[in-house]
Design a protein around this ligand. Sequence first.
Ligand SMILES: [Zn+2]
Length: 486
Amino acid sequence: MLKNSTRLLSAASKAVSPRLARNTVQRALRNNSKPHQVSVTSAPTQRQAATRAFTTSTLRFNSQTASATSTTTGAHKHDANQPKVQLTSDNTTVTLTPPPSSRYYRAHQPSTVLDALWLRDNCPCEECIHPSTRQKLHASTQVPLDISVSSWEVQPEGLALTWSKGLEDVGDWEDPAKGQPGHRSFYPWEMILGSYGGTPEEHRATSRMNHAPKLWDTVTMEKQVLWLDYKEYMETSQGLLKAVKHLQDYGLFFLKNMPTNDDEIATAAERIGHLRHTFYGRTWDVKSVPNAKNIAYTNLNLGLHMDLLYMEAPPGLQLLHSLENSVPGGTSIFMDSFKAVELLKQEHPADYEILTKTPITFHYKNNQHHLHFNRPTIALDPNNSTMIVNYAPPFQGPVELPADQMKAFYAALKKFAAYIERPDLQYRHTMRPGECMVFANRRVLHARTAFDPSKGNRHLKGCYVDLDMFKDKYRTMIQAERDGTL
Ligand SMILES: [Zn+2]
């Protein structure tokens, strides 16, 4: 037994690469720890665990010692938080079972099963992910379909694997060095049990911070509405964090005390991300003009809608800044379309189904432009754990459906519109100069009541930001808040 463990230890010292050791030291240093020898029998703290990863590793060569259901033994047996690791007899599937005391434990799915193809493809080492670009250096198609684990080692910080085969050459993706077997991979628990533990839905929710939106009606929004001082929003991280959290949760917030300069809207938008330029310009003016080329530029009542659904990628955020408002009327109305979808799905499931399947035509054909896009009223995107609503009556073109499907479609759309028009689901506010509304254009519908332009001036300045820019800001800020670096 002693002889055997000596052999294993010496194999381990060869098997753990200098870079792996270096990375572990760097991680340990980041955790404010000094590399030092730690007794394997002491209770492992997080810091000690980081150090122990390269001081007392026990590499197990499964051809010799690991059976079909090998679990961690020996030096780490005492560690109550260590996940149990099992490989199938062909070494192509790894099952990880963290104990209930582990922070990675999920009662509804105690084990996470990972395939060898996925593990090899997603090796996070510096040969596989470029250290500065953080982008992959091989293609998924280079992983041999019959690859398997040739040795494995449970370390306090994660799982180390070596591979039976090198990568294959595919087209221009070739690298003789990577064609050799024996590549070593190290997967931190945070990666394989944290970000990618549990179900694919959980991966998406965890790694992309796609938590469910908080649906609202009038009462909820009147309680939850966020009016943020412009200075706080522009000058403090906490102010911006409040704003992006509110956008993620409710799809809407307001700024107040914003200077009424013509281009201030661009400054406010760029606090979140780049402006989205469209054929309406970098920013645009909403005021009543003669012979308007868009219904927004009239004094007419403009019903609840979303902007630019006739484009392939309608912008995710819209900002509207009030520069002047001395007219009677012109009240802004907002409505959470996700709430309408929820109600429709509960109360009229057949109509809900029709609206998820029937493409609507959205177009803008005027003024030397012809834009056109077809999309269903309710679109589910399970790959991204999102729902998208497409609702913009003024910008609809003729629906392209067989005649015998028209009545069912029109009936379903009427049911949906009845929720959208319910006053108890809407939030109303008449913008005063120096106020700005920021809302999620793919979720929160906006409208304006008619106004009388002969009795004063109404001037709003608007611009768009893509949803990607907002999500980017949101995720990096939430991460910074978690890391304590905000
Ligand atoms: Zn690698």
